[in-house]
Design a protein around this ligand. Structure first.
Ligand SMILES: *[C@@H]1O[C@H](CO)[C@@H](O)[C@H](O)[C@H]1NC(C)=O
Ligand SMILES: *[C@@H]1O[C@H](CO)[C@@H](O)[C@H](O)[C@H]1NC(C)=O
Ligand SMILES: *[C@@H]1O[C@H](CO)[C@@H](O)[C@H](O)[C@H]1NC(C)=O
Ligand SMILES: *[C@@H]1O[C@H](CO)[C@@H](O)[C@H](O)[C@H]1NC(C)=O
Ligand SMILES: *[C@@H]1O[C@H](CO)[C@@H](O)[C@H](O)[C@H]1NC(C)=O
Ligand SMILES: *[C@@H]1O[C@H](CO)[C@@H](O)[C@H](O)[C@H]1NC(C)=O
Ligand SMILES: *[C@@H]1O[C@H](CO)[C@@H](O)[C@H](O)[C@H]1NC(C)=O
Ligand SMILES: [Zn+2]
Length: 515
């Protein structure tokens, strides 16, 4: 139970401590201004301004040097001249435990993912320590890239011990993790045992005093739900005042509905009067007009995971039509970029391409750009907070909001010369330009380095674990390859036209998986 010791230093810092303040001075601030009845919400840029953080909150934003009377004694001062300070990114869909599979799924399809990498295919493969180090390494990748809030669909719940390990890693990471316990039908851990385990974790509440909290993940809301089981899940959410429930929603040829209509029929979507949990539908690729309307009426959201949906082939043919109730997620970070910045950029440009193409298809010329950088920034930050029903304090840089912050090195080779800070971030920056990251007012990355004095140990423990897991994944019995017949939804498989960058005969391919 190696991972228990890692928690100790964290616990010791909790308790009544003196207020601690940090002043970021003379930087460009990408702030947020809430709209009134006459105006829309908007980003508000302040140049050569100061941001004061006290404890876990943003205590002040100043358009020049903060007046001394506002700055408490003992404040840590950080000069951010020529740098940009923004809120942290919000990822509303991730499976942190899967880090050890890194690069294995590079040529994978979604059907193969289910058969080889998913929660059912890998039951029994990971020890609690494997889950702990995978989850921690996965969250560290996110924190390093400025993702400060994560909705983790935690489907590593194969036993009491693996569940506990993933939750502990989330707490230990210092990230703002909505660690969402997945209730699922697996072989060696009955759903009743999972309910008992969940109650136990919720009652012990070891996350209290940390930015981590408990959510619920459940993928059996529809089309043919076990109504009693759904009721047990949603009663647990109510009993423990759970703030978020998330589900994989796909539809189309994939089946796997879990749609807003499914939840509405069951009576769980329209819950604001009863202060029910935020409901977040990951992907929702084939969402119907009715479901989209329901999301707007009930203020619930989807999580678009752009790279995942392009890589594996989920598709997202209509997601651009419901971006006002959407946020961004990463999904399986072991397969591609683990940062929301890349997701925002990919989604921005892919959506521009789609909407430009609609005009070009009519043999017309686009007269305006369909998607602005400010909208992309809001989608990657503010909309994530809104999806979690935390519009006032997560994903916004505003007085009173959580101090979840990124400082960008505006003088890096890729950013140098910017006039508009939002474009500098969304279209020019990369993760290497991120100098500081704070969550809940505490540095998680400082001067380009993760803040964890045990990081070298975490790295070597993770690498040992990953080497073992990767070896097991290479077992020929686990390799899937080309699929024939029909997917489990009943729809037929079809081989897409394959790219061949090499001239000559053959299809340019051997096996498309590692051996
Ligand atoms: C800050 O410290 C100075 C000198 O030690 C003291 O005079 C002043 O009252 C302190 N201010 C606050 C707000 O504590
Ligand atoms: C504030 O930043 C500007 C550049 O944006 C710089 O010219 C000025 O010297 C800085 N002021 C201080 C007090 O560092
Ligand atoms: C089966 O579950 C038990 C108890 O939950 C656990 O200790 C054991 O490691 C599990 N076995 C496998 C192969 O996952
Ligand atoms: C798992 O935890 C629950 C709740 O504490 C407990 O009732 C159950 O016996 C545990 N299962 C195992 C196999 O230890
Ligand atoms: C439930 O949690 C919310 C925050 O998510 C809090 O505002 C509220 O007071 C809690 N209610 C109860 C009954 O604990
Ligand atoms: C949601 O519930 C409220 C009452 O709390 C009701 O006024 C509203 O019509 C309902 N909306 C939908 C879409 O069912
Ligand atoms: C991807 O496919 C290529 C064939 O073009 C293969 O050589 C390579 O090993 C595959 N990589 C992975 C990670 O599966
Ligand atoms: Zn997922």
């Amino acid at each position: 139970m190696m991972y228990l010791t890692a928690l100790l230093p964290f616990i010791l810092t909790i308790g009544p401590a003196a207020a601690s303040s940090i002043l970021f001075s003379n930087g460009t601030i990408i702030g947020f201004k809430k709209g009134t009845s006459d105006t829309l919400d908007s980003l508000e840029v302040t140049r050569n301004g100061d941001v004061l953080v006290t404890n876990d909150r943003i205590a002040g934003i100043f358009s020049g040097p903060a007046p001394t009377s506002n700055v408490p004694n003992g404040t840590e001062r950080i000069d951010i001249t020529d740098k940009i300070i923004s809120t942290g990114f919000v990822d509303t869909h991730k499976h942190g435990w899967q880090t050890a599979f890194k690069t294995l799924g590079s040529n994978t399809t979604l059907a193969e993912y289910f058969l080889r990498y998913g929660e059912f295919a890998t039951e029994g493969l990971l020890t609690p320590d494997d889950v702990y180090y995978g989850q921690l390494a996965g969250i560290y990748e996110a924190l390093n890239s400025g993702v400060t809030t994560i909705l983790d669909h935690a489907h590593h719940t194969w036993s009491n011990e693996t569940s506990e390990a993933g939750l502990r890693a989330s707490i230990d990471s210092g990230g703002r993790i909505f660690w969402s316990y997945a209730f699922h039908h697996i072989k060696n851990f009955s759903i009743e045992e999972q309910f008992a385990n969940f109650r136990d974790l919720a009652t012990k509440a070891e996350f209290e005093g940390s930015p981590t909290s408990l959510g619920i993940a459940y993928d059996n809301f529809g089309p043919n739900p076990d109504v009693e089981e759904v009721k047990t899940v949603m009663d647990l959410a109510k009993e423990f005042n759970i703030s978020v429930v998330t589900t994989h929603a796909l539809g189309g040829p994939w089946g796997y509905d879990n749609s807003p209509e499914n939840l509405h029929t069951l009576g769980y979507l329209n819950n604001s009067a009863s202060h029910g949990p935020a409901i977040i539908f990951s992907h929702a690729s084939y969402i119907t007009a009715t479901s989209a309307t329901l999301l707007r009426q009930t203020n619930q959201h989807i999580s678009i995971t752009p790279e995942s949906e392009m890589h594996y082939g989920h598709g997202h043919p209509v997601s651009h039509l419901i971006q006002d109730q959407a946020s961004l997620g990463i999904d399986t970070h072991f397969t591609y970029s683990g940062d929301i910045l890349s997701q925002a950029r990919l989604w921005l440009q892919a959506t521009r391409r789609l909407l430009h193409q609609q005009v070009l298809d009519r043999w017309h010329v686009p007269s305006a750009n369909p998607f602005s950088v400010n909208q992309a920034f809001l989608l990657a930050t503010r909309n994530g907070g809104a999806a979690l029903h935390r519009p006032d304090d997560i994903g916004v840089l505003a007085v009173g909001a959580k101090a979840d912050l990124i400082v960008w090195d505006g003088t890096s080779p890729s950013m140098l010369g910017w006039r508009d800070p939002v474009s500098a971030v969304i279209l020019h920056a990369n993760v290497g330009d991120i100098q500081h990251v704070l969550v809940d007012g505490k540095f998680r990355k400082k001067d380009f380095k993760l803040v964890d004095k045990n990081y070298e140990t975490v790295k070597s423990k993770f690498l040992e674990s990953a080497a073992r897991i990767q070896e097991a994944m290479m077992d020929p019995r686990r390799i899937v390859g080309d699929l024939e017949g029909s997917f489990m939804s009943g729809f037929e498989y079809e081989r897409p036209l394959r790219v061949d960058v090499q001239p000559g005969g053959g299809d340019g391919y051997g096996r498309v998986f590692l051996d």
